[in-house]
Design a protein around this ligand. Structure first.
Ligand code: TMP
Length: 213
């Protein structure tokens, strides 16, 4: 059995990565290929802790305050290594196509908005490089409107000014990593189906390359 392919979806909160993840997984499945959808923060122990921190449900002893930006950067990197070992690598080794909602680029963009991006990059040095990252690009205003329509309570990083900074950090992060790994920018401004088609063209090309080998 050959090695599977590792595909990552990235974008601002509200860009639609989760919707596209399911759409793309359905298309891979329709080709008869095994597919695993997953996400970061992961569903492992560190990921669960991170999700509690993001939604403000992590209660700390009185006077301890929230987790620092540096602590969060370390936790996201630690969760990533756990996720790789526990879930992603075994699936890839079994020939499965793995599609992951967020990965290293999220750490560079989100944590890189408050701590030096080079340090965050260093923390993630041992993280397996994806075969393809699809960056779904929407401006911060569009992302904010979509989050409002979703109606869920705002999480830690979902503040409009911060999201504009994160959008700029994503562009920097793509310049930093884009030379050594494949990162494609896809416009997320169109409707869901059009974005899926634009993403699918790149996924299909990657899977086709594999099938031809
Ligand atoms: P989501 O599952 O709704 O996309 O929420 C995850 C949040 O966590 C989102 O605001 C982005 C943030 N995040 C980071 O700040 N750093 C990371 O490395 C990852 C994976 C996510």
């Amino acid at each position: 059995m050959g090695q599977g392919k590792f595909i990552v979806l990235e974008g601002l909160d509200g860009a639609g990565t989760t919707t596209q993840l399911e759409k793309l997984a359905g298309k891979v499945r329709a080709l008869g290929m095994p597919v695993l959808t997953t996400r970061e923060p992961s569903d492992g122990p560190l990921g669960l802790l991170l999700r509690q921190a993001l939604s403000g449900r992590l209660s700390l002893p009185a006077g301890r305050g929230p987790l620092s930006a540096e602590t969060l950067a370390l936790m996201f990197a630690a969760d990533r290594m756990d996720h790789l070992h526990a879930k992603v690598r075994p699936a890839l080794d079994g020939g499965t196509v793995v599609i992951c909602d967020r990965y290293v680029l999220s750490s560079l963009a989100y944590q890189g908005a408050t701590v030096p991006m080079e340090w965050v990059n260093e923390l993630n040095r041992e993280a397996l490089a994806p075969d393809l990252t699809l960056f779904i690009e929407v401006d911060a205003e569009t992302a904010a409107t979509r989050r409002q329509l979703r109606g869920a309570p705002a999480e830690l990083f979902e503040e409009d000014g911060l999201q504009r900074r994160i959008a700029a950090q994503y562009r920097r992060a793509i310049r930093l990593r884009g030379g050594s790994e494949k990162i494609v920018r896809v416009s997320g401004a169109e409707g869901i189906e059009a974005v899926t088609e634009a993403c699918w063209a790149h996924v299909e090309a990657l899977l086709h390359k594999r099938a031809k080998r």
